[in-house]
Design a protein around this ligand. Structure first.
Ligand SMILES: [Zn+2]
Ligand SMILES: [Zn+2]
Length: 132
């Protein structure tokens, strides 16, 4: 499943940047910041590196509303919340429900390896601003 990642300096810079962020930036946001350090980098290169890091399991890729990819340097199991107003992705600070995997395993003959849980709704900031 996980292929060893050959670290280019570009990929290292992308990973380093991602580790400073807790807000699950999109490839576009990563690109805007990385460009300050590596002016000749392209969005396609940023995307390719992010996808390679995700494929290797070094980072997480979260797809929200079926079109936007968000990236997360934290690969520990944790749940996410996506705001339908601002499209922001936030971590939910709770223990993963391991029972979910147990129950799904019991209900099937599959070898279940992971779950992706994405909560959605309206975030605290948008609620405060009265956006709905
Ligand atoms: Zn919001
Ligand atoms: Zn996260």
């Amino acid at each position: 499943m996980s292929t060893p990642v050959k670290y280019s300096s570009q990929r290292e810079a992308i990973l380093r940047f991602l580790k400073t962020r807790k807000d699950h930036p999109t490839a576009d946001v990563v690109f805007q910041h990385i460009r300050e350090d590596i002016p000749n980098i392209s969005l396609a290169t940023v995307y390719r590196n992010l996808n390679q890091l995700a494929a290797a399991g070094t980072i997480l890729r979260l797809t929200t509303n079926g079109k936007t990819d968000h990236f997360d340097a934290c690969v520990e199991p944790h749940y996410h919340f996506c705001c339908r107003c601002c499209n922001g992705v936030k971590d939910i600070d709770m223990e993963p429900v391991t029972e979910l995997v147990d129950r799904a395993t019991k209900a099937t003959s599959f070898k279940i390896e992971e779950t992706t849980v994405l909560f959605s709704g309206i975030c605290d900031k948008c609620l405060e601003e009265g956006i709905e």
